[in-house]
Design a binder for this molecule. Structure first.
Ligand SMILES: Cc1cc2nc3c(=O)[nH]c(=O)nc-3n(C[C@H](O)[C@H](O)[C@H](O)COP(=O)(O)OP(=O)(O)OC[C@H]3O[C@@H](n4cnc5c(N)ncnc54)[C@H](O)[C@@H]3O)c2cc1C
Length: 485
């Protein structure tokens, strides 16, 4: 008789776990509350335009592509490389490599030339080492010592680059390098300002050459995994919210769906929000007080407000779009606020009807500004319309005349992200990026529930698609070890 696994949530973590376990012959059932699979890696369509429900692009980080290769899916899904540029006022600087970025920024910030030289030397040295490490397969845990020795031979200054970043955040690191407050702020806002400076290196590497988008949109990526799971006999049940993880004598024995259906299984894996999983699906009576305290103290990652625009084509729009040297733009507005603009149909015209363009405009947001509006629908929609309008006005600083071309418009607030994925407070990537605030878990101790495993972007910091997939890889291996033990 095949051993069975129930997986809660069909995001990247749930689908990756399901892919490995169904391929290994386990009976796998994934239960997903939404009617679409993918979690944040899904899409929605409005009048022929395809928009991303979460990120506009992902990084592989030495994880995503190796996993797809291991599953034999590398050939089945095409990914398009996505470049980035920094823009402010009338200036545009594509980010292609450390020296080019340094030289172009030095033209606009001549007083910071030396600081830029020192900073990008650090980026070049640290980034080279970082790239080698992630590409070495280090994330998959085997042969770590030889990999580190090899790294030291090829990148002898890597320990210095790590030392520079040690204990720093993105913001404090830039404070050390740059006297010009405008440049400093622009660098802080290239990603989460409070993230660990070690991740700043990862950010530069991903901007230079490791950012990708699946051809056909994000849903196409999730669908590839769903097809794989089904080909191996697994099932992905959509529109099937899980209400409870059933626990008996310290052991997970099955789940109850919201419609009351009770299902038994050998293992339960939750790829849903960890707080929701523990506090609502498992229940505090089955959890150690230490874990409850950790979960209640841990702040989520910052949410996003996004506007999705379907644009009518015209010669004026074409002229305005010439500002895009790369499809992803981090734009500093006249008042110093930062927004992200992604020209979704630049390299993948399939996401817009012929002759039209799909655009994403987003910025980091604050959940406390939205939470009170949960109880007041009219006030919520009014605020959503106002914020969307503000964001379009900001995008017009970069693309004059944008508004006149809008045919289709939609928006997502932190409450929208929360509603569709149950990520607490609309968290984009699990826990907060501030290393001082993110919790550390030792699940063997913190969550000693037999036959149960959590996976996904809350189980390791920082979160993101590579984290979701690598945590799935490790847990699938663990279950396969237990099956044969
Ligand atoms: C705007 C935005 C930008 C981002 N940018 C990036 C980026 O540039 N790079 C990057 O790597 N990552 C980025 N991320 C984060 C990335 O998308 C996520 O970290 C990753 O997709 C999380 O995958 P997951 O499987 O862990 O969780 P999720 O995608 O959240 O999947 C969890 C699934 O569980 C389901 N679920 C929850 N509760 C239940 C229940 N009770 N019953 C059944 N199903 C349930 C949900 O519906 C969901 O489908 C971004 C996210 C957002 C929103």
């Amino acid at each position: 008789m095949h051993k069975s696994v129930i997986i809660i949530g069909a995001g990247m973590a749930g689908l990756t776990t399901a892919a490995y376990l169904s391929r290994a012959g386990l009976k796998v059932d994934v239960y997903e509350q939404h009617t679409l699979p993918g979690g944040y890696i899904s899409s929605f369509v409005r009048e022929g335009f395809t928009f991303p429900a979460g990120p506009t692009s992902i990084t592989s980080n030495g994880i995503v592509f190796p996993i797809l290769k291991e599953l034999g899916l590398a050939e089945k899904r095409e990914f398009l490389h996505v470049g980035h540029q920094m823009s402010w006022g009338g200036h545009d600087v594509p980010l292609r490599n450390a020296r080019q970025a340094r030289d172009e920024l030095s033209k606009w910030f001549p007083g910071q030339r030396e600081a830029l030289q020192r900073y990008f030397r650090w980026v070049e040295i640290g980034g080279g080492g970082f790239r080698q490490l992630v590409e070495s397969g280090m994330m998959f845990g085997q042969g770590i010592l030889p990999k580190v020795l090899n790294l030291l031979v090829k990148h002898p200054l890597m320990p210095w680059a790590s030392w520079v970043a040690r204990g720093q955040t993105n913001r404090s690191l830039h404070q050390r390098y740059f006297g010009d407050p405008d440049l400093r702020q622009m660098f802080d806002e290239l990603a989460y300002p409070i993230m660990a400076a070690q991740n700043t290196l990862g950010m530069w590497i991903s901007y230079f050459d490791d950012t990708w988008t699946p051809a056909g949109g994000m849903q196409a990526f999730a669908n590839t995994l769903v097809r794989f799971v089904r080909e191996y006999g697994g099932e992905v049940h959509l529109g099937a919210p899980v209400e409870r993880i059933r626990v008996e004598k310290g052991r997970a024995i099955g789940i109850t769906l919201r419609d009351g259906t009770r299902l038994d299984t050998d293992w339960v894996i939750s790829a849903a929000d960890l707080r929701h999983t523990c506090l609502e699906l498992i229940g505090c009576q089955h959890l150690p007080p230490g874990l409850i305290a950790k979960l209640e103290a841990a702040p989520p990652s910052e949410p996003v407000f996004a506007v999705f625009l379907g644009l009518r084509g015209s010669p004026e729009l074409e002229r305005a779009f010439q500002r895009f040297h790369e499809p992803h733009v981090i734009f500093t507005c006249a008042d110093g606020a930062t927004i992200q603009i992604a020209w979704l149909s630049k390299d993948d015209p399939s996401v817009a009807p012929p002759g039209k363009q799909a655009l994403f405009v987003g910025r980091l947001d604050r959940y406390p500004d939205w939470e009170p509006l949960k109880a007041d629908e009219a006030a919520y929609y009014a605020r959503k319309a106002t914020v969307a309008d503000e964001l379009i006005a900001r995008a017009e600083e970069f693309l004059p005349g944008l508004r006149a071309h809008i045919e289709v418009q939609d928006a997502a607030s932190p409450l929208t992200y929360e509603r569709y994925t149950s990520n607490w407070q609309g968290a984009t990537t699990g826990w907060n990026w501030n290393p001082a605030l993110a919790p550390r878990f030792n699940f063997a101790k913190d969550l000693p529930l037999k036959n149960f495993y959590p996976v996904g972007h809350y189980t390791f910091n920082p979160g993101g698609v590579p984290t979701a997939m690598i945590t799935a890889w490790y847990i699938a291996r663990e279950i396969l070890k237990q099956r044969t033990a």
